[in-house]
Write a protein that binds this ligand. Structure first.
Ligand SMILES: Cc1cc2nc3c(=O)[nH]c(=O)nc-3n(C[C@H](O)[C@H](O)[C@H](O)COP(=O)(O)OP(=O)(O)OC[C@H]3O[C@@H](n4cnc5c(N)ncnc54)[C@H](O)[C@@H]3O)c2cc1C
Length: 403
């Protein structure tokens, strides 16, 4: 069995970006990326809104704020080098009632503190010049630099870089057991394959908590899967949307609220909402895993969250089941939108870390249970935007840096 210098679990955007960064920093590194799927970006990195975020939302000084702002610059430069399209369509965050105005103003200040280029506060008249159908809006914040990209294409490009820098990619290897020792780590697959490496980095997305626990790390925070379903705007109604349109988010939750996102292929996605998924990689309502459900329902953190936010949870579920209720949420910003303008769309599942006290972990989190292991434990949006900056941080992480 060959001994690799480093093995990375997860061929999503974070595992791939980290692998590329390590290979750039340490030429000749004997590095392997493994994934249980047959291709890269099969989960969150291939099922998302495709937005290169500006950094407007995040608490100044947090990892999310720092790494989103650095990450978007790195990502734009990378995509320009690789001829990956990133049109800057711009985004408006729209307040629809007086009580949202203080939160909108706070977002504007955050955006300024985080260095969001060109950020502007728009009056209703200025908003309507930009987005004529946002007639529910009374004021807005404009982030003109916000762009869209195909993150799965970025992943494919990163995978190519890894190969050309001498790294290897192994698909179809589902890590089911980990033997962690001080000098090496052995990964075993369900089929009995083995991989051994001096160092392990785990970027396992929806399974990051289980992988951490399997290597002797902490069992919490646990990952709770939140599915986001989208509607698709019919092409005949695409005239309603010029750029990205978002509501003012509820500060109690890390999700951004259902929004309008034009895509690179000309389609417009509406959403995503946020409902508890009954399976970690379950993309349809009916997808169910007893193991995943038992994991959620046996966790105190979930019941503490449910106790605080059951009303919001039920309302999201209702919106998920009723197209009219879903459209009603979008109509707050755009009253002209009708249910007949919308078709069922795709979905994604977010890996959201939930602490034992019932709080949804906001910032990016990684930990090093022992010197040769690092786990990325919480990497929700805007982690795809931030991937190259997160990769730099993981590579720098002093006691896990490769020698
Ligand atoms: C609906 C939705 C919308 C989003 N929108 C945006 C957006 O617009 N902009 C943005 O910046 N971010 C967005 N995000 C967040 C972003 O997509 C994620 O933060 C990012 O993709 C996380 O990447 P990852 O590599 O950590 O995870 P993933 O892409 O999920 O990759 C994890 C990989 O680990 C593999 N794996 C897991 N367990 C094992 C195992 N036991 N053995 C082997 N392999 C394993 C999986 O197969 C998977 O390929 C969105 C996310 C969702 C769900």
């Amino acid at each position: 069995m060959p001994l690799y210098d480093c093995v990375i679990i997860g061929a999503g955007i974070l595992g791939l970006a980290t692998a590329r960064q390590l290979l750039l920093e340490t030429p000749g590194l004997n590095l392997l990326v493994i994934d249980k799927e047959s291709q890269v970006a099969k989960h969150q990195s291939g099922h998302n809104s495709g937005v290169i975020h500006s950094g407007v939302y995040y608490k100044p000084g947090s990892l999310k704020a720092q790494l989103c702002v650095r990450g978007k610059h790195l990502l734009h430069a990378y995509c320009a080098e690789r001829s990956i399209k990133t049109p800057r369509l711009g985004k408006v965050i729209v307040a629809t009632s007086q009580d949202e105005l203080p939160r909108l103003e706070a977002l504007y200040e955050r955006g300024q503190a985080n260095g969001v280029e060109g950020i502007q506060y728009l009056s209703r008249t200025e908003l309507l010049k930009r987005e004529p159908y946002c007639t529910g809006g009374i004021a807005a914040v404009l982030c003109p630099e916000v762009a869209v990209v195909d993150f799965a294409e970025v992943c494919r490009s990163l995978a190519q870089d890894i190969r050309s820098l001498g790294g290897q990619l192994m698909t179809g290897f589902e890590v089911s057991k980990i033997n962690a020792e001080a000098s090496s780590v052995t990964l075993l697959s369900r089929e009995g394959q083995r991989v051994q490496a001096k160092k392990l980095i785990s970027c396992a997305g929806l399974f990051s908590d289980r992988i951490a626990a399997a290597s002797g790390g902490q069992k919490t925070p646990k990952i709770v899967p939140f599915r986001g379903d989208y509607l698709l705007l019919k092409p005949s109604a695409a005239y309603l949307v010029k750029g990205l349109i978002y509501p003012v988010p509820d500060p109690q939750f890390p999700f951004l609220g259902v929004h309008f996102t034009p895509r690179l292929d000309g389609s417009v996605w509406l959403g995503p909402n946020a409902v508890l998924a009954f399976k970690r990689e379950g993309y349809r309502f009916a997808d169910l895993s007893l193991k995943d459900l038992a994991d959620v329902f046996s966790y105190q953190g979930f019941w503490r969250l449910a106790q605080k936010h059951w009303r919001v949870g039920l309302s999201e579920l209702y919106q998920d089941l009723s197209k009219h209720a879903y459209v009603k949420a979008l109509q707050r910003t755009m009253p002209a939108l009708k249910a007949s303008h919308c078709l069922p769309g795709p979905s994604g599942v977010r890996a959201q870390a939930l602490a034992e006290d019932g709080s949804l972990v906001e910032d990016f989190v990684w930990d090093c249970p022992q010197e040769n292991i690092i786990h990325l434990r919480n990497a929700p949006s805007p982690a795809a935007t931030s991937c190259l900056a997160i990769a730099e941080k993981i590579a720098q992480k002093s006691n896990c840096v490769l020698v």
